[in-house]
Design a protein around this ligand. Sequence first.
Ligand code: NAD
Length: 310
Amino acid sequence: MKIAIAGAGAMGCRFGVKLQSAGNQVTLIDNWAAHVAAINQQGLTVTTDDGTDHVYHLTAVAPQAVTGEFDLVILFTKAMQMDQMLQDISGILGNHPAVLTLANGIGNVETIERHVPKSQIVVGTTVWSSGMPGPGHIKVTGTGSISLQAVVPTEFADFSGLLTTLNAAGLNASQADNVMAAIWKKAGLNSVLNTYCTLFDCNIGEFGALPNWRTLNDAVLNEFEAVAQAAGVAFSAQDVTDLIAAQFSPETNGGHYPSMHQDMAHQRPTEIDFLNGYVAKLGAQLQVPAPTNAILAQEIHAQEALKGIS
Ligand code: NAD
């Protein structure tokens, strides 16, 4: 299969290596010029769990330079970079490739729909993970899985073929029963752990040890539940709270600093407008107030402004 990965950061590169190693023809598309140059000149270095480095030779291009026909485009930008990326790669979208995103946040389908017919779009969530210490270099740990669903299952051309391609690459993909519920569940977790750990400059275990973590958690998730209900999406604040509580121990994710914390520390924009900010905005449209989520989004934006992040 000819696969373009648009947004070849930590996750895009991890998926790119797995898909190319399984025999697919992969093109990485990215805006970070130094990263693209490093991949083309020295190859992509992947540091694995045991600390060893492996070099993979993939083709990388800038979005404006990509041409050709692709069977599948995987969007792995951050949520707020997706619209611009889709504009920049419009030249390869005309041949009706399937378009898949597993990016975090709510609202990615709405973004993609502005550029691609609904019948070609697949969305999902993933628990694969990856980090990027520098250009041309990713660091991967553990294994993961993907849960995904076509936006219009009756119109998507070859869903079982897509699953076969992903699973042949060892990506552990399966069909979701209710992908929007899964996306909201992950966003609920991120809107508690990412947001508070960033604001309090703490890791997940330290957040869980706060005597009032439950009050802080419930303020976010009760609004999520009310807005989700008005939007017709299944969401249980209790289920997400249970999932969050399961992350606190050192054996799970207690020592981990969520990605938003890392984005802030490295002076990169956060995905807050697709987490708490999205729920606040949708709540306002649906006349379901979400003031806690609205103010948390503003607090993150204030921290971005103080750090000069735009
Ligand atoms: P990333 O920050 O590694 O990459 C996203 C984009 O930002 C890429 O185009 C990358 O080249 C660019 N970028 C990164 N660092 C840069 C720098 N210093 N200078 C210039 N450009 C830079 O993002 P990611 O971690 O691959 O995440 C992609 C999506 O997947 C997000 O929605 C994220 O929330 C989600 N996700 C990530 C993980 C994870 O473990 N990383 C896990 C699950 C879901």
